[in-house]
Write a protein that binds this ligand. Structure first.
Ligand code: HEM
Length: 350
């Protein structure tokens, strides 16, 4: 037996090396993708990263998590659902969600190969590569989630990295359009750049407390999960904390928007901020509704896709605080800040 395994080793490594060489030579033959094409791949990747959180929430809210009761196989001994092993609708939803992982992998591969082929700057290459790694980590975390029978803390740990992936896919969408060799310029004053950080950090807290609210809430993902195995916090308390942090997130982002208008930054940045505020308001309305209606099932996927959308927009806005080689609509606020400081100093001495 051992001899057989030993004799298989070189052939497996040989196949992997051949596959790698084949992919590499295929890449080299590809035409160099235009910036527009690279941006399109990044947008598709961002949409897929957000979309899989939506299908994931469908899994949870319909209690289909154990439609496939093992991982990477669906049931012991088979990769596809076996009739009768679980309700068929649960099998369709859970198996469909797992299949989407492959769509996501293809989207990430396209985005990575495109920026590699176009020899983009390191920041873009690293983020595109990490998107692929993130998907693999998420697939493994998804498997662990099933093995741990959907324990609330692992469901949290599985959801939050997806938001990070959405955020950085959005960052890539912006950075891809810049000229790699041009110097980096600040597109807004330093105080507003701090506000983009404030918006991002408070969003992270909203997302964390949101997943905690879910962990204490009624939708565990499977009927067999007992209330004593859920997060032991009163739903009202954690939902209130979640909503209050959201008000802080909204307040900081409204302040940021007002500042962006006051100093008249590039119209595209102001537009993203406006859409973000609209997204936060709608998401807040869905949140309040779902809380007051006792968390009906249909509200959960809506709230999850809303989270992915505001996360993407917060990422877009954060990415826009600095840009490289953009058109004259962007003023260089670092120079403006320095000129303003110099004027103040001159006034003081005179
Ligand atoms: C920008 C605004 C908001 C964002 C980004 C957000 C985000 C989230 C996230 C990520 C979750 C966890 C989803 C999951 O694990 O499936 C969640 C759950 C929840 N949120 Fe929000 N939320 C927002 C506003 C609100 C507001 C204002 C309320 C009102 C109280 C609220 C009430 C809830 C409730 C009740 C849950 C638990 C739902 C469940 O049991 O599945 N959310 N939220």
């Amino acid at each position: 037996m051992r001899e057989r395994v030993e004799s298989m080793k070189p052939s497996v490594s040989h196949s992997l090396v051949s596959l790698y060489t084949a992919v590499l030579s295929l890449c080299k033959k590809m035409p160099v993708p235009t910036v527009k094409r690279q941006r399109l791949y990044a947008i598709i990747l961002m949409v897929c990263q957000g979309g899989i959180t939506f299908t994931g929430s469908l899994v949870r809210v319909t209690g289909s998590g154990l439609g496939c009761d093992t991982w990477p196989q669906c049931h012991p001994g088979t990769f596809i659902p076996e009739s009768g092993s679980a309700p068929w609708i649960h099998q369709v939803i859970e198996f469909g969600n797992r299949t989407l992982t492959f769509v996501l992998i293809i989207a990430a591969a396209f985005a990575f190969i495109a920026v590699l082929r176009a020899a983009r700057r390191n920041t873009i290459l690293h983020i595109a590569f990490l998107q692929g790694i993130g998907i693999i980590v998420q697939a493994v975390l998804g498997g662990i989630t099933v093995h741990l029978d959907l324990a609330w803390w692992i469901v949290m740990a599985h959801f939050l990295p997806s938001m990070l992936l959405v955020y950085f896919a959005a960052f890539m969408v912006i950075k891809i359009t810049e000229d790699d060799d041009a110097p980096r310029r600040a597109t807004m004053p330093v105080a507003l750049r701090w506000a983009t950080w404030g918006s991002a950090v408070t969003l992270a807290l909203v997302l964390i407390t949101g997943t905690m609210t879910t962990s204490a809430g009624p939708h565990a993902g499977d009927e067999a999960i007992l209330p004593e195995h859920r997060l032991q916090i009163e739903l009202i308390e954690i939902a209130n904390l979640h909503a209050h942090i959201m008000y802080l997130y909204m307040g900081i982002t409204i302040g940021l928007l007002a500042g962006l208008f006051a100093v008249r930054v590039d119209r595209r940045i102001r537009n993203v901020a406006l859409w973000l505020i609209l997204g936060i308001v709608l998401q807040g309305v869905v949140g309040v509704l779902q809380y007051n209606l006792g968390v009906p099932r249909w509200t959960v996927p809506l709230h999850v896709i809303g989270s992915a959308i505001v996360t993407a927009m917060t990422g877009l806005l954060w990415a826009m605080r600095f840009r490289r080689g953009v058109d004259s609509a962007d003023r260089d606020f670092d120079t403006a800040d320095q000129e303003f400081a110099a004027e103040l100093a001159a006034e003081k001495t005179s």
